[in-house]
Design a protein around this ligand. Structure first.
Ligand SMILES: NC(=O)CCC(=O)C(=O)O
Length: 269
């Protein structure tokens, strides 16, 4: 890495989620985040999984969701500020305007909210569309002046969304997830494809454990803009760590100038 290169240490909190028990989930996560923050190499960014406050307790979700995400926002913001660590706080069930959204929250190391994104594509296989309202807006956010995009789990099956984020400046994509067996092959392949085609880092945190008929496999991943795996978790609970070189995005984009070579005028029939 050259002298101007910037590196970030990433910590992905790959953990189980207690169904319908926001208080317990927060306590467990708080412990794990303290553990991650105290690592010999302190993380620059901590990432949490999808719907970590409730899991997929969808029939009860109206009563469990965090109103306006207020409790989560206050807690995560103060953790970020007290530890000087950016937090991509996975997603939570958030109650807003009488509806419940699957909302991802991002905080910078000063504790300022850097962005909030509600999942655009609801996943029918887990009946999200019956209980949740879809988000309507793609979201970019900045941490230390570095632009990143937000996507939640099923969203990675929609390359158009991720391309839009990349075209608007995203150099990394953060992906909280609850992605179960038997689709490990899809998970790995889609994440790697999004990284390679957009020449960006893909940083994805998946839960572990089981809920109903779903067995979640972990395998949280950090993939670089060349498509190489920087770090990958196993199937159990762990804090997956890896370092990313923020200058690599520009180097890869220079080497194969995909963005300069695009011919968007020809992409419609
Ligand atoms: N929580 C989700 O969006 C799951 C998406 C998933 O499993 C898939 O195969 O897509």
């Amino acid at each position: 890495m050259d002298r101007n290169a910037k590196a970030w240490q990433i910590a992905l909190i790959q953990c189980d989620i207690a169904l319908g028990n926001p208080r317990l989930n927060r306590e467990r996560l708080a412990d794990k985040m303290e553990q991650a923050a105290a690592a010999p190499v302190k993380p620059d960014v901590i990432v949490l999984p999808e719907m970590w406050n409730t899991g997929y307790a969808l029939p009860q979700i109206g009563g469990l969701a965090d109103p306006e995400g207020q409790d989560t926002r206050a807690w995560v913001s103060s953790f970020a500020r007290n530890h000087g660590i950016h937090i991509v706080a996975g997603s939570i069930a958030e109650k807003r305007d009488g509806r419940v959204y699957n909302t991802m929250l991002m905080f910078d190391r000063e504790g300022r909210e850097a962005g909030a994104y509600s999942k655009i594509h609801l996943f029918r296989l887990m009946e999200e569309e019956k209980h949740l309202a879809p988000g309507e807006q793609p979201v970019l956010f900045e941490l230390d002046g570095f632009k990143a995009g937000a996507a939640i789990c099923y969203d990675i099956r929609f390359p158009e969304l991720i391309r839009t984020l990349a075209l608007n400046g995203a150099k990394a994509l953060f992906v909280p997830a609850e992605w179960p067996h038997p689709r490990l092959h899809h998970w790995r392949t889609l994440l790697a494809a999004r990284a390679i085609e957009n020449q960006m880092y893909v940083i994805a945190c998946n839960r572990t454990g089981a809920s109903g008929n779903d067995a979640f496999f972990g395998h949280s991943l950090i993939i670089d803009p060349w498509g190489e795996t920087v770090a990958e978790g196993g199937e159990g609970e762990e804090i997956v760590t890896g370092a990313i070189d923020l200058d690599l995005v520009g180097q890869v984009r220079e080497r194969i100038p995909v963005f300069a070579d695009r011919r968007p005028g020809l992409y419609e029939l």
